[in-house]
Write a protein that binds this ligand. Sequence first.
Ligand SMILES: [Zn+2]
Length: 535
Amino acid sequence: MAAKLIYFTVNGTPEQAEFLVDCPAEDVKDLFRCAAEAGPHDILKLYNPKGNIINISPSLEPNSPNSCYKLEVVAADSNTAELAVALGFDLSSMDKRLQGLEKNILIEAGETPAVVYEMKKQVDSFQEKLESVEHLSWLGLFKDLSEGTHKPSPFYHKRTLHKTRKECEHVREKFLQMSSLEVSEGVRQYLKTPTFDNWQWEDAEIMVLLQVMYTDLDFIAAFNIEPEVLQQFLFQVYRRYNNIPFHNFKHCFCVTQMMYGLIWLTDLKTKMDSVDLLIMLTCAVCHDLDHTGYNNAYQINARTELALRYNDISPLENHHCAVAFEILEKTESNIFRNLSMDQYKRIREGIIKCILATDMTRHNEILNRFKSILPSFDFTNKDHREVLMMILIKVSDISNEARPMEVAEPWLDCLLQEFYNQSDKEKLEGLPVTPFMDRDKVNKPSSQTGFIRFVLLPLFIELANLFPCLEQHIIDPVRKALDYYTEMEKALEREKQIRAQSENAAKSQETTVGTQSSADSHTEALPEASKPDAQ
Ligand SMILES: [Zn+2]
């Protein structure tokens, strides 16, 4: 069998590779990979003496030491955009240019020349390589290739889902610098109110504020939590919230801050013990960890890894909870490490129950349980306390509308963005489209009025039955929000009607006199007051 000898340089060092002309392309690539001491996920770029990138394959043109190729390695630890920038060109614009070029040549010459074909093929294969490397880079650079990389991860589609190491380190440094600074009394008090504006604070500052909550609820002293362990825990939590429009670290903060506010407003410190309070604050912190931006319905319909793992039973909430305990398994971030076995057991059970309670498909079940115990609610009853804790995390989780309008409204935009992303994806993948996420059916006010009326208010009102003081803090602002969105909905409806009327008028002007009788028969059926000219 004929063998080929290829001469090339790696970082200026001459190398040569010998392979059989009919060997698999992968073997040739491996050969070059070995020569460059490149990892399995690194990209290899081979240049000919003209400086053009050429394919590493058995059909490589044999050369001589005088016309040797140049091999370069690109580390896999970056995403497509960064890689493309590093390589000095923009793939999508190159693709467009090629398409244009191909069209021109087709018009002039009647056929696509081989050289254009070759270039297109190179762009395609390069794009493919970049995408596969990008996928691997967030999966974990050092994951064994042989073990299931052919199987797409449930998160594959979300390219920038996870925070980069650089991003995390930057925030961590800032947080550690700030964490020893004293937070003013004014901010500490403001933090206890539902009017707190999260948009004024960046992520590192948010971590300091979370630290203040653990401190001011006396958890540090009561549970002997070392400051470095709390900091490491909060950092890991920050790291495991994803870059998605709504269910991100800022949402985690808002829910925790509302829970914190509710604890103070209802004076829970005098009614429940500190283990329960620790469960409540920590479950809020952890309740959406590693959310992917696609809800349970999607997970189940798309048969994602999460749905498979949890048998379609609250796949997301089970996952959030599992990630929380993954963080707590590590000694350096285990804020419960100085607790007794019994305390830990109680805390774990409580956190799991509370996080699983945030699955909205269980809304009525939990609310009905709460309603049934309300008339005889007893803080010394363990079951009663448990249901109350579930209600409190549920209220905190959907409490944006209880906040001032300027804080709440941007959150609605984020939520709709995430919803629309999901419905677009469902359409693309031929899955059932979640109706309240469909951009063709839902708008800002219509998404809110029904939700506030039928889900939010009935829940909040029951909680206020137990704690009447909450009426002014969380019910009044929600009613205001309902009025605001009802008005917005009416205005949109009026606009739609006016548009429809003017379109109809334009149409009827176009029609001839001959159609007049049919128009009359339509108006005949309408009641007197709704006829167009009955004022
Ligand atoms: Zn949430």
